[in-house]
Write a protein that binds this ligand. Structure first.
Ligand SMILES: [Zn+2]
Length: 146
């Protein structure tokens, strides 16, 4: 698991356990606060707008537009084995912004600000927590549980 140290998000199983189940079913879920309606991705058990802990899951399309990107040549500790790599920031169609790797379906020469992308979850579940990172792929890229 140390090869993924620092490269994936660790979400405690306590409050968002269903998020993992939805991912395994091939559905990308965000959360919607039942009190004020604030939507979040990744899902948040506690609303960052009104602090309510009452939320429901809503499905996100994963459709996104590229806002910015950068090619990493001098990697931080733990990433030396994968340079150079490209990361992008996207605006999600529904709401929110996500930082993710640009995936293999997008050659570097094709990367353009404003291009349509598909957020693809890459899930690892050997351990008790859910580990997931996201890659940005061509629109329509299919994904399934790892
Ligand atoms: Zn709220």
């Amino acid at each position: 698991m140390f090869k993924w140290f620092g490269k994936v998000n660790f979400s405690p199983y306590t409050k968002v356990t269903d998020f993992a189940d939805h991912l395994k079913d091939g559905r990308l879920m965000g959360s919607k606060c039942k009190k004020c309606g604030q939507e979040s991705f990744p899902p948040r058990a506690d609303c960052n707008n009104c602090l309510s802990g009452d939320f429901e899951f809503i499905e996100f399309s994963g459709k996104a537009k590229l806002l910015s990107y950068t090619v990493i040549h001098a990697a931080p500790t733990g990433f030396e084995d994968v340079v150079p790599y490209t990361i992008g920031v996207v605006d999600l169609k529904e709401t929110g912004r996500l930082l993710a790797w640009i995936g293999d379906t997008i050659p570097d020469k094709d990367i353009k600000i404003g291009m349509d992308l598909q957020v693809v979850p890459q899930v690892f579940d050997e351990l008790e927590e859910i580990k997931v990172y996201y890659s940005l792929e061509k629109p329509g890229t299919a994904w399934s549980k790892a």
